[in-house]
Design a protein around this ligand. Structure first.
Ligand SMILES: Cc1cc2nc3c(=O)[nH]c(=O)nc-3n(C[C@H](O)[C@H](O)[C@H](O)COP(=O)(O)OP(=O)(O)OC[C@H]3O[C@@H](n4cnc5c(N)ncnc54)[C@H](O)[C@@H]3O)c2cc1C
Length: 361
């Protein structure tokens, strides 16, 4: 059995941030990810990020992933790619499918940074080829250079729906429009502005009610909804599209946390079920920490800082670091509060505060 002091599952910004901080303090760290590339969601982000220098403002997402991976490797982190954590065994070790071979990894502390999965909505015709999630279309386009369709309807106007729409337009697709079930655009104005300036319609208080086609999508039917989000008869309109993309939210991937006995709570504004955790990112299981989207769906910058915090906390619990480390943890916590400002951030901050109040282990 392979052994590490700290085992980190997921090499997105959260897992990479955790690996860098824990190994910098001297801990022996193994970081694994089921993908062949590290970076999590970052490796398909081709646009430049905004924010602060500390969060790589002005750098393209995939380059941030590459930079973090380099830092982790330079610090001696053992990075295992194409390695999927399957589950915790009774002896506390993690069963891992490493490039198709089953292996076990034992660790004193485990940090779960498994991210989130995309939600779907069902409607007549939704199983037709041509209906898929926005993130999948983004992976095809930005990682494999393949457009999933020429004429697209985007369902959802959160940041994922807005960003992916714009990137597909840049790649040569026509976005026929975006539908949004609530009466306003859900994502940032800066992303919505780009879509609007390109003349693409955004229909708020609208949803998709049917996908039609023979062997794949050929037509989408959309309709206006009432205040209970029910389609209003007579408002249907048809769009000639070959692709319907779903950008209807993300749900934290909590399976491994559940297996580890971590107590869960529900916060709809953070994506649904997620492990209770304290300001050190520790769960109700003393040896398991969480960070990033698994601890509540937010953004890459918050994921990175939560990861850094989890890495410092886990290493500190093993006896590494000193009071300077404790002061850095305070700084990261203050930084996270600062990131959770504005209309979107304050809601998330309130949820996090409630979660941490509920944590009592
Ligand atoms: C389509 C899409 C577009 C986005 N665009 C932006 C954007 O433009 N700007 C922004 O700030 N944020 C964006 N986000 C959000 C941001 O990317 C995430 O908040 C951030 O990546 C979360 O980081 P994370 O490390 O928690 O998770 P992730 O980046 O999702 O990384 C988790 C990693 O863990 C791996 N993993 C999961 N389970 C296992 C397992 N059992 N074994 C091994 N590996 C596992 C996953 O494959 C993944 O690589 C986007 C999100 C999505 C879905």
């Amino acid at each position: 059995m392979k052994k590490a002091e700290i085992l980190i599952i997921g090499a997105g910004p959260a897992g990479l941030g955790a690996a860098i901080e824990a190994s910098r303090l001297g801990a022996k760290v193994i970081l694994l990810d089921e993908n062949k590339k590290a970076g999590g969601q970052l490796f398909k982000q081709i646009h430049k990020f905004f924010g602060s220098k500390q969060h790589y403002a002005g750098v393209r997402g995939f380059q941030i992933g590459e930079e973090l991976l380099k830092q982790a490797k330079d610090l001696g982190v053992e990075v295992m790619l194409d390695a999927r954590a399957l589950g915790l065994l009774d002896d506390g070790s993690m069963a891992v499918l490493d490039k198709g071979r089953l292996t076990h990894i034992g660790a004193k502390k485990i940090i779960l940074a498994t991210g989130a999965r995309e939600n779907a909505v069902s409607f007549p015709g939704w199983t037709l080829p041509g209906v898929m999630t926005a993130g999948a279309a983004q992976t095809f386009s930005n990682v494999y250079g393949t457009l999933v369709g020429k004429n697209i309807l985007m369902v959802g106007t959160g940041n994922v729906g807005l960003i992916v729409s714009y990137q597909l337009m840049q790649a040569g697709a026509t976005v026929k429009g975006l539908v949004e079930v609530v009466p306003r655009v859900s994502g940032y104005g800066v992303h919505a502005g780009k879509i609007k300036r390109a003349g693409v319609p955004i229909w708020t208080s609208h949803t998709v009610v049917e996908a039609r086609g023979d062997k794949r999508v050929q037509e989408a039917i959309i309709a206006q909804v009432d205040e209970k989000f029910k389609p209003i008869p007579g408002t249907e309109r048809s769009l000639e599209v070959d692709t319907i993309l779903l950008a209807v939210g993300l749900t934290p991937k909590v399976e491994l946390a559940r297996m580890a006995g971590c107590k869960l709570t529900v916060e709809p504004a953070l994506g649904g079920h997620l492990p209770l955790h304290n300001e050190e990112m520790k769960t109700s299981n003393q040896n398991v920490y969480v960070c990033g989207d698994i601890a509540g769906v937010e953004e890459a910058n918050t994921a990175l800082d939560e990861g850094r915090l989890a890495g410092l906390s886990a290493a500190r619990a093993l006896g590494y670091g000193d009071e300077v480390t404790d002061a850095r943890k305070e700084e990261f916590n203050a930084g996270l509060c600062a990131l959770r400002m504005g209309t979107f951030g304050e809601k998330r901050l309130a949820c996090k505060e409630r979660i941490m109040k509920e944590w009592s282990w």
